[in-house]
Design a protein around this ligand. Sequence first.
Ligand SMILES: Cc1cc2nc3c(=O)[nH]c(=O)nc-3n(C[C@H](O)[C@H](O)[C@H](O)COP(=O)(O)OP(=O)(O)OC[C@H]3O[C@@H](n4cnc5c(N)ncnc54)[C@H](O)[C@@H]3O)c2cc1C
Length: 283
Amino acid sequence: MLTRFSYIAPDNLEEALDFLQENHDSTRILAGGTDLLVELYRGEQVENLLDIKKIPELQELDENDGLYIGAAVPVNALLENETICSVYPLLVEGAETLGSYPIRNRATVVGNICNASPAGDLIPPLLVLGTTVHCRSSEGSREIPLQHFFQGPGSTVLQAGELVAGIKIKPHPISSSSGYWKKSRIKGPDLAAVSLAYLVDFRQKIFDLALGAVAPTPLLLHLGEFLPGLHDDFDRNRGLILETVEERIKPISDLRGRKEFRERIVGAYLERALERIQGGEQL
Ligand SMILES: Cc1cc2nc3c(=O)[nH]c(=O)nc-3n(C[C@H](O)[C@H](O)[C@H](O)COP(=O)(O)OP(=O)(O)OC[C@H]3O[C@@H](n4cnc5c(N)ncnc54)[C@H](O)[C@@H]3O)c2cc1C
């Protein structure tokens, strides 16, 4: 049962930021509402809902010089964009697994990161793609690397009066290998019990790995130091990588899976990624 609240839907960013500055204690930001409305139906109280979907600056989707995704852009906009589908396959893989078609029509990319679930589907691909979060308030703006944005489940470093205006993703490396896998309880729409994204840039010797749902915040690991060794002594470096990852994850047992199950899936996905990387001609 929903309780009473005021609904504010400004059509320009300044108005939204001024409202947020004056009412930050009593206001929640509403994007697609696919997480927030669930909370409200569960009894969460709110005085003001600030709907940001009508603000033109937040609807921007720009594929020149990397990718900029405004806070009001729904997930399906990525899947319907030919350039994004061909240049950012990893992001598309993550987007395709998020909910169902109607959910993706409402759900925003930025809402997925602001909700700060360790299991958010778009977070691992965005982490390895080198994403920066563009924050705005009536006082000014700041940029935060996505790996520093999360504080814990449902908690971010956003300050009072601040919102995320959009995210900026680096240009996708040309000489790369990437992949995304998600394990959930059911075949249909469901949050991840474990998710893993990796990106290797063979030219720059970068090997970045991101994991979801195995720690209080999504994890980003830089494993580039092992990349040359994978060519010379695959088994030894495979072992070192598995050890490094095992040390960093802190899975728990919950309704989506037991701790041991999560550990096994991480190992299996990692083996899969390493086999693919080993098969890469430019290793
Ligand atoms: C049936 C169903 C299935 C789902 N399946 C999946 C799934 O498979 N994978 C998955 O990852 N998620 C799933 N979700 C969760 C949800 O759809 C996503 O997390 C979605 O991306 C959230 O985006 P939104 O625009 O709806 O966010 P909202 O619900 O509008 O907002 C989410 C949170 O972020 C805050 N927020 C939103 N935008 C901003 C901003 N610009 N600045 C600051 N704070 C902001 C809100 O105040 C709120 O706290 C599912 C949800 C439902 C209902």
